[in-house]
Structures are given as C-alpha cells and as structure tokens.
Design a protein around this ligand. Structure first.
Ligand SMILES: [Zn+2]
Length: 301
C-alpha cells in the first residue's frame, strides 16, 4: 500500500467556533513522509508536524502549538484526513482556529472527495498493536486490543434523557467513515453554551455549528442526523485525536466516556509503549481496505 496525499489544493472558508470570525484554510499536497503539517498563514510561522505532543489544550476542542502560536479545533479536519486515508498534507490556517463548519467532518470530507486523492511512490507504514494497552482516569477508560483492522467501539452515558446511554461500533474504512461518522455533529447543552458566551467564548457556537440540547429537547429544527448522533460524534473525535499518532493503526480501540483529554493522554501512552506494537509495511498485493476514492497516480510522488 502506498502513501496518499490530496490531488490538488483545497481552499475553504468558514466561521471559527471560538472567535466567531471568518477563517480561511488551505490544504495542499505534500511529499511522502511529510505527515500532516499545520502553519498559521496570518503570521510568520513554520510548518509543525502534528503529534500527540503538539497538543497544548483539550478544552472544548483540540489545540496544537504552532511556532509561538496555537491553532485550535483541528480534530474534525484530522478525523476526515485519517478517515479518507490521507497520509501527507500541508495545512495553512489564516487565524487561530480551523473553521468549524457544521460541527462535523462533512465539509472536509466533501472537499477531499472533490479534490481527489493521489497515491505516492512510498509505502504506507502502519502501527500494529500486539498487546492490550489500557488507560483509566476519573471513571473513564480507553484501551486498544490487537486487530487486523482499525475498529472503534464507544460507550457513553449521560444523565440527560436526550442522550442517555449510547454504544456504537465501527470498522473504520473510507466508506464507513464517510457514511457512518463524518456527518455526526458536535453537541452541547444550552446552559453551557450560554455560559461560554458570557465568558466571551464559543462566539461561533450556534444551531448551525452544533447540536444544542435544552432539557429533553434538541433545539435544532432539523433534528438529529442519526438516532445515536452523540456517540458517533465521540467516535469521530476519537479518530481525529488518535490520528495525531501519524500512522494508520491496526487495532480495536474501545472507549468508555472518553473525551479529547483522555484521548490525547492515550495517544501519548501508545507512542511510549514501543514494546506493544510494530511499525509495519504491507505489500501492494494485500488489500487492507476497499478504497473507492478515485486514484490517479500523478502529481506529487
Ligand atoms: Zn468534536
């Protein structure tokens, strides 16, 4: 299997969740072994390759350090790139945050499908877990067990009746990611959103950028996109946070009530558990995932 990048440059523009201001974003093809790199294009800044150690905050969203500055809300974009099997890309963000769009990965997934994907001349590397690794904190837990695929099982329990208990499982491929996870939106409670507004935060938070719950009601007039949209969004966040490892994984991740903070601690723990995994390459003849994206090996290789 070969590494992959986007076939052409993608330009996007949308509102930032925190500032409520318009942010632009450019995703460009990158050479093999570049990984996913971010740069602030509104200030003097070098590209930073993402890793779990570049994360400086997991409050409300995943924020990375980029030179002397930060870029926040990277997780839904990261999830889309991982979900669609993009190994290498350079991302320029004109401002302190990635646009939130509708609070899901849909805009990024559509943009990558439109731009196309290019296979590159170098082999893709995978992390293959050999033993279970588990992390528990404050009644929440997350673990990985060996698997021939990348699978996620997620369990949430909220006292709020609109959410309640939800459990879901997915074998992550570009197709299943696109259909089952990509359009699940972030969610919050009305009183929390109002509190954030009073603190001058989440200025871009609205019914256009999140599912908002008030008591037992979902306030968005269009309702939910999936009956269990909440747990699906938690899985989307997990895929985005785990993608910071920098390699696609073979393993089954199971999580109970995890969030950005525990996801990031777990990603760091995984990297530091070198005896528990191998870095492998697969011969081109082994079909790992059924990639239906249009592939034209041209451009950057
Ligand atoms: Zn999210």
């Amino acid at each position: 299997m070969k590494q992959r990048t986007v076939k052409s440059t993608i330009e996007m523009e949308g509102i930032g969740l925190h500032t409520g201001e318009k942010m632009s974003l450019v995703i460009s093809p990158a050479y093999p072994d570049t990984g996913i790199c971010f740069r602030r294009s509104d200030i003097e800044c070098e590209y930073t390759r993402v890793s779990p150690y570049t994360v400086t905050s997991t409050q409300l969203a995943t924020t990375i350090q980029c030179g002397n500055n930060t870029i926040s809300t990277i997780e839904h974009l990261m999830a889309a790139l991982y979900g669609l099997g993009i190994d290498n890309a350079k991302i320029d963000v004109c401002g302190p945050e990635v646009p939130v769009f509708d609070g899901s990965s849909t805009a990024f997934v559509n943009a990558v499908y439109n731009a196309g994907v290019t296979e590159q001349a170098k082999a893709r590397k995978f992390i293959k877990f050999k033993k279970r690794i588990r992390l528990e904190k404050d009644g929440k837990w997350i673990e990985v067990i060996p698997s021939r695929f990348f699978k996620v099982t997620f369990d949430i329990e909220f006292e709020n009746e609109s959410i309640g208990q939800q459990k879901s499982f997915i074998n992550v491929t570009p197709e299943s990611f696109t259909k089952e996870l990509a359009s699940a939106r972030t969610f919050g409670f009305r009183h929390e959103v109002e509190q954030l507004w009073q603190m001058g935060l989440a200025k871009g938070g609205s019914l256009d950028t999140a599912v908002v719950i008030d008591g037992t009601d979902v306030l968005n007039p269009e309702g939910l996109r999936y009956r269990d949209e909440f747990v699906r969004h938690k899985m989307l966040d997990l895929v985005g946070d785990i993608s910071l490892l920098g390699f696609p994984i073979f393993g089954h991740i199971r999580a109970y009530k995890s969030g950005h903070n525990l996801n990031n601690l777990f990603a760091r723990t995984l990297i530091e558990s070198a005896n528990y995994y191998d870095i492998i390459e697969l011969p081109d003849t082994v079909p790992v995932q059924n990639h239906n994206l249009e592939l034209k090996p041209q451009g950057i290789s």
